[in-house]
Design a protein around this ligand. Structure first.
Ligand SMILES: NC(=O)C1=CN([C@@H]2O[C@H](COP(=O)(O)OP(=O)(O)OC[C@H]3O[C@@H](n4cnc5c(N)ncnc54)[C@H](O)[C@@H]3O)[C@@H](O)[C@H]2O)C=CC1
Ligand SMILES: O=C([O-])CC(=O)C(=O)O
Length: 341
């Protein structure tokens, strides 16, 4: 505490560390509200907004908000390097969203190439940044990012996260509503992956614990798994979840930044490279620290129903992981063959 003569003691504020966050895909449906939430977050010192077009406008607009975060817009291939320079955290909502009737996997053909290119640039320009991957299909885009980083020689599984926070946000909302609980006190871990039956909310570990019938567990599980599709259908061709996703991404980013700044006991669910199960990538609770993931937490005791769901996701989750890994290997081999011609 310090004091002014004759006045009350003034609290001494510890200056917050300088943190730079880059959003790739910042002019999009998720990118814009996410960038706004980051501009409002005192933990973000500098915000770099990148997209193929439109980001100078978004950045100028946000820059008039009277918070301390500096905002800069970057557009096009030539400016990607500057957008990534010195980033501590890179958030990627770049890529196309679903239309009604599509699965997330049907986005693979377009989004795989986008993610590959962006992650190559991260490896080159900010190899130590944490990556928060939002682009779908997350079950494949995270393995793609990992393989790209391996090719570039900068892979560290503790820095790469698939953002599954929206599944947690949905499970909390639906559980609180179903059981009339105070929503701010509710937590539900969600494990597995981020598509259909690979999304597995663990209501047996929800807090506060209230009894749920078998039917209630099945209904809440299905509702959480179908949350994305519900929004896609309601938007009727105008994209998928953007506002709730921006909120979820801002929550996860804030946890990453708090942990980077040394705050202890930061636990979030995320889809990461881990050995918690036999899957090379799996969403579980993870502890975050100064340099990314400290550890992925064990699943803990789960119900019989949850165990069955875990067994049933096997083919889909492994298929999506293998598809992502194969994509990078195939495109790299094609590059080598091309260069030998
Ligand atoms: N992980 C999750 O829980 C969720 C993931 N998503 C996914 O997030 C992605 C983005 O969704 P929306 O924002 O609604 O789509 P959107 O189409 O509104 O925005 C995507 C943005 O990415 C940009 N973009 C495309 N190629 C790019 C490149 N090479 N470099 C930089 N930017 C590029 C586009 O110009 C556009 O501004 C989709 O793949 C969607 O499926 C959506 C909701 C939840
Ligand atoms: O459903 C989609 O396509 C977008 C998404 O991942 C979600 O809302 O969970």
């Amino acid at each position: 505490m310090s004091s002014v003569p004759g006045g009350k003691p003034l609290p001494v504020r510890k200056p917050l560390p300088y943190r730079r966050v880059t959003v790739l895909g910042a002019a999009g449906g998720i990118g814009q509200p996410l960038s706004m939430l980051l501009k409002l977050n005192p933990l973000v010192s500098k915000l770099s907004l990148y997209d193929i077009a439109g980001t100078p406008g978004v950045a100028t607009d946000l820059s008039h908000i009277n918070t301390r975060t500096e905002v800069h817009g970057f557009a096009g291939d030539d400016q990607l390097k500057d957008a990534l320079k010195d980033a501590d955290l890179v958030i990627i909502p770049a890529g196309v969203p679903r239309k009604p009737g599509m699965t997330r996997d049907e986005l693979f053909d377009i989004n795989a190439g986008i993610v590959k290119k962006l992650v190559q640039a991260i490896a080159k320009h900010c190899p130590f940044a944490l990556i928060n991957m939002i682009s779908n299909p997350v079950n494949s885009t995270v393995p793609i990012a990992a393989e790209v980083l391996k090719v570039e020689g900068t892979y560290d599984h503790t820095r790469l996260f698939g953002v599954t926070t929206l599944d947690v946000v949905r499970a909390r909302t639906f559980y609180a509503k179903a059981k009339n609980l105070p929503i701010e006190d509710v937590d539900v871990p969600v494990v597995g992956g981020h598509a259909g039956k690979t999304i597995l909310p663990l209501f047996s570990q929800a807090t506060p614990q209230v009894p749920l019938s078998k039917e209630e567990v099945e209904e809440l599980t299905r509702k959480t798994q179908d949350g994305g599709t519900e929004v896609v259908q309601a938007k009727a061709g105008k994209g998928s979840a953007t506002l709730s996703m921006a909120y979820a991404a801002a929550l996860f980013a804030e946890s990453c930044l708090k942990a980077m700044n040394g705050e202890p006991n930061i636990i979030e669910c995320a889809y990461v490279g881990s050995s918690v199960t036999d899957y090379p990538f799996f969403a579980s609770k993870v502890e975050l620290g100064k340099h990314g993931m400290v550890k992925a937490l064990e699943l803990g005791p789960i119900s019989k129903y949850e165990q069955t769901c875990l067994d049933e996701m096997k083919d889909e989750l492994m298929g999506s992981i293998d598809k992502g890994v194969a994509y990078v290997h195939n495109t790299e081999s094609e590059k080598i063959i091309e260069s030998l011609k």
